[in-house]
Design a protein around this ligand. Structure first.
Ligand code: KIV
Ligand code: ZN
Length: 543
């Protein structure tokens, strides 16, 4: 069963829903009559704004595709005026996403709105999301604008955005610290100017559930044209209340929730998509709403976002943490054996957490391998397939059992190797006697070069040797190792975050040897930095 199936009409839509008739049809009924909750994912915009979480274009495209496949209604793909990278990402995502609405963020100015409109042009279903602060504090100190000027900017920005698309969302930034009378005036004016979604952000994560719910209820009671728009929540997690506040908003009439995978986002993050969706699904008796999310995709998407950003998910994180479905205490295990529901309120399968299946081994054939790749979403043929097959066989020589996760890691690793710098070989001396030494061979723009370094441990020695061959001033912000599967022969997946010139990049590497995976991750991060640097000025690489 997924969240859809609990719906009265069984089709995943609220009773008041009108079937879409065109690309820009809205994604849910307006007002609070329908029971469908629009899931608006902002992992690629608000999530990406968290320090260190920046993603490259390829990574953003992969995440956007995974969000669409999971059934996300609206994907906020970026803030096109913020940078060329953001613009390109929104434009590229607009070209490939056909089911979900693609959304671009814009401040309340013409330039912002135009830039968003241009980036969104290729999208089949597009939304411009424009915002301005409405709290006394923000208007006075941040905007330095009088409330009447802000009120006029609301009307002008929404009117202008509507000249590009019928699907316009308006947000009152710092909504929960805004004067209620002023908020009602702005919301009414935004709807009158053509906004089809009104979003109420708890920008600084200050609100509490009772208060947030009351704000939403107040809007329904006081704004005369409120039934012409969908009301949305956008809650930050500074007090750990983002999910509770969002659900309080839903119970009081909000029909869109803005959220991110793993709760990624500015400071303490945003409301976590997986928690919102699973709370609605699990407690449908108290919250009789539906979402279009295929919950079995949750674990996979959570892992993808965590791997790409290098932001590990804490073990005890609700729904997607490693321990979320683990039962350690004897008394719990005993209960589970007698009846799973004694200690389990949702099944691991419902979020796509299944026992890792043994899929391939030394004796598996090319045909079976190709079929497995297809199942995992990788389409390969010819030379590319041959290379991946050879790598799988090499891995099978080192590791007895090969799981889905191993195959995904080795194919991703292969894609990462198509870059200017590549690890050819690594020889390390580690252990108690020292000195720890690493001798590395790198292929740099086609030339193979070698270097040997000592270090404080084998990882340090390896990174020093790489730095000697590819001099750089980047600082190491994160080094993280994660086992792809269980057992001592598991592949290690390493994340390395490098910081240079105000930008950080995450490099990934996978291998059964943790040090080889570390070298690959460092080199992958350097390749990404080169792409960034090259956009400024091409350069020669090696020392
Ligand atoms: O937190 C916030 O207020 C925002 C707005 C731009 C919606 O992210
Ligand atoms: Zn936000």
């Amino acid at each position: 069963m997924n969240a859809n199936q609990t719906n009265q009409d069984g089709a995943g839509h609220g009773p008041g829903r009108v079937a879409p008739t065109g690309p820009n049809d809205n994604v849910a009924p307006t007002g609070r009559n329908g029971n469908k909750i629009v899931i608006f994912d902002t992992t690629l915009r608000d999530g990406e704004q968290s320090p260190g979480a920046s993603m490259n274009l390829d990574e953003k495209l992969r995440i956007a595709e995974a969000l669409q496949a999971m059934g996300v209604d609206v994907i906020e793909a970026g803030f096109p005026i913020a940078s060329n990278g953001d613009f390109e990402a929104v434009e590229a995502i607009s070209k490939i996403i056909t089911e979900s609405v693609v959304c671009g963020l814009a401040r309340a100015g013409k330039k912002d709105i135009e830039r968003a409109a241009v980036a969104l042009k290729p999208a089949r279903r597009k939304r411009i999301h424009t915002f301005i602060s409405t709290s006394p504090l923000h208007m006075k100190f941040k905007l330095q604008m009088e409330p009447e000027a802000v009120y006029q900017a609301v009307i002008d920005s929404v009117t202008y955005a509507r000249s590009f698309t019928d699907d316009v969302e308006w947000s009152c930034e710092d909504g929960t610290r805004t004067d209620w009378d002023f908020m009602c005036r702005c919301v009414e004016a935004a709807i009158k100017a053509g906004a089809t979604t009104i979003n109420i952000p708890d920008t600084v994560g200050y609100s509490v559930p009772e208060e947030f719910g009351a704000i939403i209820a107040m809007l329904f009671n006081r704004v005369p044209n409120i039934d012409k728009a969908i009301i949305s929540t956008h809650c930050h997690n500074d007090l750990g209340l983002a999910v509770a506040n969002s659900l309080a908003g839903v119970v009081n009439g909000a029909r869109q929730v803005e959220c991110t995978i793993n709760g990624l986002g500015e400071r303490a993050g945003n409301a976590a998509l997986e928690e919102i969706v699973m709370a609605i699904r699990t407690r449908n008796d108290r919250m009789p709403f539906t979402t279009g999310i295929k919950t079995e995709h949750i674990t996979k998407v959570s892992r993808l976002v965590s791997t790409v950003t290098g932001f590990a998910v804490q073990n005890n994180k609700a729904v997607v943490g490693a321990n979320a479905f683990a039962h350690e205490a004897g008394i719990h295990q005993d209960g589970m054996l007698k009846h799973a529901r004694t200690y389990e309120i949702m099944t691991p399968e419902s979020v796509g957490l299944t026992e890792s299946k043994l899929v391939m081994g030394k004796h598996s054939g090319r045909h079976a391998f190709r079929k497995k790749l297809e199942e995992l979403g990788y389409m390969m043929d010819g030379e590319q397939l041959d290379d991946a097959f050879k790598r799988m066989k090499d891995l099978a020589d080192k590791k007895k059992d090969i799981y889905d996760e191993d195959i995904a890691a080795l194919v991703d690793e292969e894609a990462r190797e198509q870059s200017r710098i590549r690890v050819v070989s690594l020889q390390v001396i580690a252990g108690t006697k020292g000195p720890q030494t690493a001798e590395i061979e790198l292929e740099i723009d086609g030339d193979v070069r070698a270097h040997k370094s000592n270090g404080d441990g084998p990882v340090d020695a390896t990174f020093k040797a790489i730095r000697a061959l590819v001099p750089n001033t980047a600082t190491l912000q994160l080094y993280q190792v994660h086992a792809v599967t269980q057992g001592t022969d598991a592949q290690a997946e390493v994340t390395v975050r490098l910081y240079e010139d105000g930008k950080s990049v995450n490099g990934l590497g996978a291998d059964t040897d943790t040090l080889v995976a570390s070298a690959r991750a460092y080199v992958n991060a350097l390749n990404k930095l080169l792409v960034k640097r090259q956009k400024r000025a091409p350069e020669a690489l090696s020392a």
